[in-house]
Design a binder for this molecule. Structure first.
Ligand code: 3PG
Length: 403
């Protein structure tokens, strides 16, 4: 793909689509919204610093939340301007819309190296409809379109796709480049053994990713509630564990494909079980480790067991490429986090491997265990990362021409 390095940017008005879809919380003391996780903002700084150095006139656009085409203070990008200004050490102007005369005026007044942040693109219903008129308005007075919003690249919206048709020069930013390097190049021809750890509640959420990775990985280690559907497909007892009976046939097909390909498809061989879970109170009752693969009547699986942690750890230790997506159990409930944390630890103990972590829960567990700096790459995408791993063409990436 064409990157910002390939273009001459001095004095040009550059529209940068970032993914500042960050969590906001109302601070009651000051009655203002604060950003509770800055990761996605921090990850854009390299691109922005480069654009400042190149003396571009920078206009930033993003969505935040799902405001359904209506303006509201809970989903305003306004709190991001002062934070960004602090992080970059330059003033960041903010205008309360993303199209229109006031925005155009602010764009015209931008000096070289200056930054203007515009309001949430989803305050306009046209954004998600990928309306050409709206896309054209976003492109007004713009010379170069830069897409650095990997997390939104699976959406064919005006700011991620449509606008590219109204701007001549287009490029990806450094964050997008990094995502493509790790999720694309590194996984396209991975150094082997390539070990994939997949967790999460549902087979239905992950089956396309599993099927795709079955063609590439050497080992697939399965955890989370989706493991119970696979175990059921193999005829094991799963007690009251969460299962998807209508997904047994796709689970069986995936198992057969793994067999055919002679790859290791590992399922938990023991478990942590409870009699019930209360998600509201964050309590799992009567936690107990099983010694075997079957889950007794009246119990439900809440995490992988001790022997499973050991055998998964062993696989991870021997890997040259590692991809982890999804927790091994209900790690948000105290007592049920050991399996998920053990994966983070095993990955950190293999520093010579290329390790990629994706998905909100696995990233959270990685941060909580203080091991974030021990992995090669943390993907900023949610749905975009999964779509990419499924092998789908992402419209936000397709909108930027190859070099
Ligand atoms: C995300 O958080 O995954 C992206 O910002 C996309 O958000 P969306 O699912 O609301 O389109």
């Amino acid at each position: 793909k064409t990157t910002i390095r390939d273009l001459s940017l001095k004095g040009k008005r550059v529209l940068v689509r970032v993914d500042y879809n960050v969590p906001l919380e109302l601070d009651k003391a000051t009655n203002s919204y604060v950003i509770t996780d800055q990761t996605r903002i921090l990850e854009t700084l390299e691109t922005l610093k480069y654009l400042i150095d190149q003396k571009a006139k920078i206009v930033l656009i993003s969505h935040l939340g799902r405001p359904k085409g209506k303006k509201n203070p809970k989903e305003s990008l306004a709190p991001i301007a002062p934070l960004l200004s602090r992080l970059l050490g330059v003033p960041v102007k903010f205008v309360g819309d993303c199209i229109g005369p006031e925005v155009d005026k602010a764009k015209e007044q931008l000096a070289e190296g200056e930054i203007l942040l515009l309001e949430n693109t989803r305050f306009h219903p046209e954004e998600e409809k990928n309306d050409p008129e709206f896309s054209k308005a976003l492109a007004s007075l713009i010379d170069v379109y830069v897409n650095d919003a990997f997390g939104s690249a699976h959406r064919a919206h005006s700011s991620t796709e449509g606008v590219s048709h109204f701007v001549k020069e287009k490029a990806i930013g450094f964050l997008m480049e990094k995502e493509l390097k790790y999720l694309g190049q590194e996984l396209e021809a991975p150094r082997r053994p390539f070990v994939v750890i997949l967790g999460g509640a549902k087979v239905s959420d992950k089956i396309e990713v599993i099927n795709r990775l079955l063609e590439k990985a050497d080992s697939l280690l399965i955890g989370g509630a989706m493991a119970y559907t696979f175990l059921l497909a193999l005829g094991h007892k799963v007690g009251n564990s969460l299962v998807e009976p209508d997904k047994i046939s796709v689970a069986t097909e995936a198992l057969a494909k793994a067999n055919e390909r002679n790859l290791k498809f590992l399922l938990p061989i023991d478990h942590l079980v409870a009699t019930s879970i209360d998600f509201e109170q964050k309590i799992a009752k009567s936690l107990e480790w099983t010694t075997g693969i079957d889950i007794p009547e009246g119990r439900l699986g809440v995490d992988i067991g001790l022997q499973t942690m050991q055998s998964y750890g062993q696989e991870i230790k021997g890997a040259k490429t590692i991809l982890w997506n999804g927790p091994m159990g209900v790690f948000e409930i105290p007592g049920c986090e050991k399996g998920t944390f053990s994966i983070a630890k095993s990955i950190s103990e293999n520093p010579s491997a290329i390790s990629i972590v994706a998905g909100g829960d696995s990233i959270k567990a990685l941060h909580q265990s203080g091991l974030s700096n021990k992995v090669s790459f943390i993907s900023t995408g949610g749905g975009a990362t999964l779509d990419f791993l499924k092998g789908k063409v992402l419209p936000g990436i397709a909108s930027i021409p190859d070099r």
